[in-house]
Design a protein around this ligand. Structure first.
Ligand code: CP3
Length: 357
């Protein structure tokens, strides 16, 4: 079994597998070239192009997993939502009224995005590492639908939630049903793991997440259990929600950079931890990247660890920094059963602890 899948199922692998959120994207010149020619939405909707972009980082770097190139917004237009990208998602008529919520269609998994199923099949024909499918969490999709576009505080969404809790549940129910069908379709087409992006979970307080976040994310994850692929859940800025996140039916929890990995592990016993280098580190000097990676690898000892960033690769990231990071992670050997943090000091001094060959 690949090191990524072994770790995702809980094995304390001899080296940490690594892939990066947004590894297919704007920091790669070969991506930007295609984007100029086709535009973002057309790239998402054309299986040959989406497959090619998925494979670009896999060809360039020896990463241990591929993530399908598409977007968390992809299931929304088939629900009847008028969506644009500028460069982030823009919803021309935010969904706020009972009529708007009731108008939303709930397409089946096969109807949502047949082009995604085809892209998955094309990637699987060519890709030597496991392919991760993905979807947005219901609460994060609702944040965009109600707010209308990205926002730092989502004040209109949070206000709408407290004013319209019943309507919010109706909206979240529909998004949950669509997400389940969409993810099952990806796995049936060949995706070997799935990740749920709850990018905006962290803006909610514990009670808000308990009411509107966790139950819907749990329902999506639970509905995939019989497919026997590892389930990864990412919430950003959500360290205050770890006690709740620890109860989700996901094998892997992807954590941002706010807590050290050993603390995340203690907060979520039994979960495989994925993360959590601050994406900004990849914009620093080589020595800083090496030291941060080795420190983090040390913090990740004591259980299964999938190396990743705490959030997506930043557009200004030099591809060489990604190459160096992947190499550093692969050269770090993880002594089986080592206590958390025990190798951090040793690794830091040498830059890399024990080269494999
Ligand atoms: O490599 C990968 O991770 C696979 C592809 C992928 C994209 N979006 C491509 C994309 C994935 C997994 C996503 C998920 C996604 N999309 C999330 C969750 C992850 C996160 O960042 O929190 C969110 C919130 C979105 C919504 C979205 N789509 C935003 C906010 C933006 C614009 C700004 C940005 O962050 O890139 C997009 C557009 C988008 N999605 C681009 C890419 C490569 C950029 C398009 C461009 O080239 O301008």
């Amino acid at each position: 079994m690949s090191s990524f899948l072994s770790a995702a199922w809980g094995a304390d692998t001899p080296t940490a597998p690594i892939w990066l959120m947004r590894q297919a994207g704007r920091y790669l010149p070969e991506y930007r070239k295609l984007k100029e020619r086709y535009g973002f939405w057309r790239m998402c909707r054309t299986p040959e192009i989406a497959a090619e972009i998925t494979l670009q980082p896999v060809r360039r770097f020896p990463v241990d997993a591929a993530i399908l190139f598409n977007d968390i917004m992809t299931p929304l237009p088939p629900m009847g939502v008028d969506l644009d990208f500028d460069p982030g998602p823009v919803i021309r008529q935010p969904v706020r009224t009972p009529e708007a919520v009731r108008r939303l269609r709930v397409p089946t998994g096969d109807e949502v995005a047949p082009f995604v199923a085809e892209a998955v099949r094309l990637v699987r024909q060519e890709c030597a590492v496991p392919l991760i499918g993905f979807a947005g969490a219901p609460l994060t999709l609702a944040a965009y639908l109600v707010q209308g576009r990205g926002s730092a505080s989502y004040l209109e969404f949070r206000t709408w939630l407290v004013r319209n809790p019943e309507l919010a549940r109706e909206l979240l129910d529909k998004l949950t049903d669509v997400s389940i069908g969409y993810l099952r379709m990806q796995v049936e087409a060949g995706a070997q793991a799935i990740q749920i992006f709850d990018s905006w979970a962290g803006i909610h307080h514990e009670g808000g997440y308990a009411a509107f976040g966790m139950p819907y994310a749990a329902r999506v994850l639970d509905a995939l259990a019989d497919l026997r692929v590892p389930r990864i859940y990412l919430a950003v800025g959500a360290s205050h929600l770890y006690p709740q996140i620890a109860t989700l039916p996901a094998e892997v929890i992807s954590v941002d950079w706010r807590y050290k990995l050993n603390r995340c592990r203690l907060a979520m016993p039994g979960k495989v931890i994925q993360g959590n280098l601050d994406p900004a580190v990849l914009l620093a000097d080589d020595q800083v990247v090496d030291a941060a990676a080795v420190q983090l690898l040390g913090d990740g000892l004591g259980g299964a660890h999938i190396f990743n960033l705490g959030h997506g690769v930043l557009p200004a990231t030099p591809p060489d920094a990604v190459a160096r990071l992947v190499d550093t992670v692969h050269r770090f050997s993880r002594p089986a059963g080592a206590a958390t943090g025990s190798a951090a000091g040793r690794g830091l001094k040498a830059g890399v602890s024990t080269p494999r060959s």
